[in-house]
Design a protein around this ligand. Structure first.
Ligand SMILES: C[S@@+](CC[C@H](N)C(=O)[O-])C[C@H]1O[C@@H](n2cnc3c(N)ncnc32)[C@H](O)[C@@H]1O
Length: 424
């Protein structure tokens, strides 16, 4: 009762200051309602109902996107929240995201602005691709990367190893309409034509089918002479053949090629062949790289990220017998993992030193756009460079035409890399 009197006085003092605002009206109305409820004995039931309404409204408000959307979208949202709170760069910063260092710290000429301009040009080209569903072959990110690098370098000859149905041959052709291509692939792409879409190029020499020769066994001096190539720095070689990349690098160096693109530059402990990423992973850290303890900082970060990204690797997947983390659990894989060989840390270290001693440029293609835009759920963005179109820039994503593409084309990113090499 005393409280009621005090409340009325407070309300009165507000109304006495001459303010005609809604607050004053609201307070006096509230007071009147309270008085009424006390008089009729309904105050406590009403307070209880009010409390329930507040709790339910607040719950719905804070979980509205989870409540209103499908399960997979809610997964996506939690994934986005996860890395938004975490801060991508710092997450693996202390662990070291693999990156090969070039001999003199040189990098590529092109900038993010050039890449964005390139995307504007490439999206409509990509939409005309003959092989719409290129499962087991390149998706959008790497198709763009190959096209961009090729049209920037303008080689006089393009060589590809691993053509499958011919999508990458088509990409090379879009970049350089009149330049000859040499394609090495065990099964001729024309074979796929019988079953569905494939691409066979009119200005391409195929070492395929019964004419197939592995890149390492080609007499490149003879082939270059036949194509009138005198300067090997005018040749671009593209590898998508799932072979040990150290082996391919040595073969390319022996032949004298300088510009190389590798499609699948798998992260440590993933993939079916030894890659540059694997070779350059933390070899320069004294005592060597990763922690294989489940409860270490790395172990905890990895197991958290594993919940959100299909290709993220936890400690159990990272470390093989004897805590061997290099390559794939201490193995050097080759030829679609048909061959694999255990290597010691010392050997791995030697390989890494060799790679860096011949690198003039190492450039990993960034993902074309952040996961909140592409909705990709596979690769961990914390293990990749910042995307060309960063999360939150939906306007740019849409204006580049990227929102017109199916989400599945953004799922195949594996750190495609461009290397410029020269002898040790
Ligand atoms: C992932 S697919 C290539 C995809 C293709 N670049 C694309 O974008 O659609 C790998 C290809 O490598 C071929 N391959 C297997 N062993 C090879 C070798 N030693 N040299 C060249 N290609 C090889 C396979 O037959 C297959 O066509």
């Amino acid at each position: 009762m005393l409280e009621r009197v005090l409340s009325s006085r407070r309300a009165a003092s507000v109304s006495d200051d001459g303010d005609e605002s809604k607050t004053r009206k609201h307070i006096s109305l509230g007071t009147r309602v309270t008085n009424y409820l006390i008089r009729t004995g309904h105050l406590w039931p009403c307070l209880l109902i009010g409390l329930v309404i507040v709790v339910v409204t607040s719950f719905v408000y804070h979980t509205r996107d989870v409540v209103c959307i499908s399960a997979s979208s809610s997964d996506h949202l939690s994934r986005l929240r996860f890395f938004a709170f975490d801060g991508l760069e710092t997450d693996f910063g202390s662990l070291g995201v693999p990156w090969c260092r070039s001999k003199h710290g040189k990098t590529v000429e092109w900038t993010t602005k050039d890449l964005i301009k390139g995307l504007e040009e490439f999206v409509p080209i990509y939409e005309t691709r003959p092989i719409k569903n290129n499962m087991y072959g390149m998706g959008f990110d790497h198709s763009f990367g190959l096209w961009f690098i090729t049209q920037w370098l303008k080689p006089e000859l393009m060589i590809e190893s691993g053509a499958f149905k011919g999508h990458s041959t088509w990409v090379l052709r879009q970049a350089m309409p009149d330049t000859p291509i040499i394609s090495l692939t065990p099964r001729h792409p024309e074979k796929y034509l019988k079953k569905g879409p494939a691409y066979v190029d009119g200005n391409c020499t195929y070492f395929a089918g019964k004419d197939f020769v592995d890149f390492g066994n080609v007499d490149w001096r003879k082939v270059m002479k036949k194509h009138g190539i005198k300067d090997l720095s005018q040749v671009l070689v593209f590898f998508d053949d799932h072979q040990n990349e150290l082996k391919r690098l040595k073969q390319a160096l022996k032949a004298g090629f300088r510009h190389l693109v590798f499609e699948d530059n798998y992260d440590t402990s993933t993939g079916d062949h030894y890659s540059f990423r694997q070779m350059c992973d933390q070899f320069y850290i004294r005592g060597g790289g990763h922690s294989c303890f489940k409860d270490s900082d790395e172990g905890r970060i990895r197991s958290r990220r594993k919940k959100f990204w299909e290709k993220a690797v936890d400690i159990e997947e990272l470390c093989g017998p004897g805590e061997a983390w290099w390559g794939v659990r201490g193995q050097m894989r080759d030829d679609f993992n048909h061959s694999n060989k255990a290597i010691s840390y010392a050997e791995h270290f030697k390989n890494s030193r060799f790679v860096e001693s011949v690198l003039d440029v190492y450039w990993e293609l960034p993902p074309v756009a952040g996961p909140s835009l592409t909705h990709q759920t596979r690769y961990d963005p914390a293990r990749a460079s910042s995307p060309i179109v960063e999360d939150g820039r939906y306007g740019l994503f849409r204006s580049l035409g990227l929102s017109r593409l199916e989400a599945s084309v953004f799922n195949g990113y594996t750190q495609m890399v461009y290397l410029q090499v020269s002898q040790e």
